[in-house]
Design a protein around this ligand. Structure first.
Ligand code: MN
Ligand code: FE2
Length: 305
């Protein structure tokens, strides 16, 4: 596709665009996974009993594959925004992709540091996990290679930003903190999780804004979003259910008192709460008359943060 014009030649960057504000935030909040010290994690991990180590690995295994998947699957979204002439979105997405690469690096470094780098952890991916990360995510993202429609973009952002990031990753951080912060273990990976959490906050804002601007004043597109969320919930819940029941089983078979505890019902409630927050955030777009109104509000919100 030949270029007909360049935004920064005929004019300038839209400094107030929500995506440009996010791009500025991303540059300010940069961090380096190579600077995290995993020495204590290595010691903590070695001091865990076999059963407890097994309890930590399904979560790590889910995160590692998840971060790798979002790193390698993001490109079609970048290309769509670029093709549609959304310069500020494209600029922000360069930081987004870099963030995901660092998240992938962080987990792989941790696995290497504690001595499980060569272990095959894919046994911990259940059917629901596979449905989302092995199938739905790449399917929806790859569709963008040949389909620029609002429906295709909404579906891609729904599975990527609202389910994988907004529901599953958020619930994952919560369980990491519930399990390891309380037990005062693995400070390195917890430090990494704090950085990830901040990065994901920006990614979520990208997803919410992207879906919102497409559903403003359009009930049919809102339905595309809402229906796909409901369809994916079954699998998202399945991921949490599988991970918590693995932990429950471990606990029942262990013949010792473990410092690693997780309340399964609390985890499931937390995931449902995250899911509902994402839904209602997008639904707020329905109160705006047009995209300009939404954009003014989004810019205001970002300036306050
Ligand atoms: Mn990530
Ligand atoms: Fe992300």
């Amino acid at each position: 596709m030949p270029h007909e014009t360049f935004q920064t030649v005929t004019g300038q960057i839209n400094w107030n665009a929500p995506m440009y504000r996010l791009y500025e935030k991303a540059k300010k909040n940069s961090w380096n996974p190579a600077n995290i010290d995993f020495t204590q994690d290595k010691e903590d991990f070695q001091n865990l009993r076999d059963e407890e180590r097994i309890a930590a690995l399904p979560l790590v295994s889910s995160f590692s594959a998840g971060e790798e998947a979002v790193t390698v699957d993001i490109l079609p979204m970048v290309q769509v925004m670029a093709r549609q002439g959304r310069l500020e979105d494209t600029m922000f997405l360069t930081t987004f992709m870099h963030d995901e690469a660092k998240h992938t690096e962080m987990f792989s470094r941790w696995q290497h540091a504690v001595g499980v780098g060569d272990m095959d952890l894919s046994v911990f991916h259940g059917d629901s996990y596979k449905r989302i990360f092995y199938e739905a995510l790449p399917e929806s993202m790859e569709r963008l290679n040949t389909d620029d429609s609002p429906e295709a973009i909404i579906r891609a952002a729904t599975v990527y930003n609202m389910i994988v990031e907004g529901t599953l990753a958020e619930s994952g951080y919560y369980s990491f903190r519930q399990i390891f912060k309380k037990a005062d273990l693995l400070p390195g990976i917890l430090e990494g999780i704090d950085y990830l959490n901040k990065d994901e906050g920006r990614h979520l804002q990208f997803g919410i804004y992207t879906i919102q601007r497409l559903v403003v004043g359009n009930d049919a597109y809102f339905k595309v979003f809402n229906d796909y969320m409901d369809e994916l919930w079954e699998h998202a819940y399945g991921v949490v259910d599988y991970l918590t029941s693995l932990a429950d089983e471990q606990r029942q078979t262990a013949n010792f008192e473990s410092s690693l505890e997780i309340d399964s019902d609390m985890m499931k409630d937390y995931a449902l709460k995250q899911f509902n927050i994402r839904k209602s955030k997008v639904e707020r777009a329905r109160k705006y008359q047009n995209v300009e109104e939404l954009e003014t509000e989004a810019t205001k919100e970002l300036q306050q943060q």
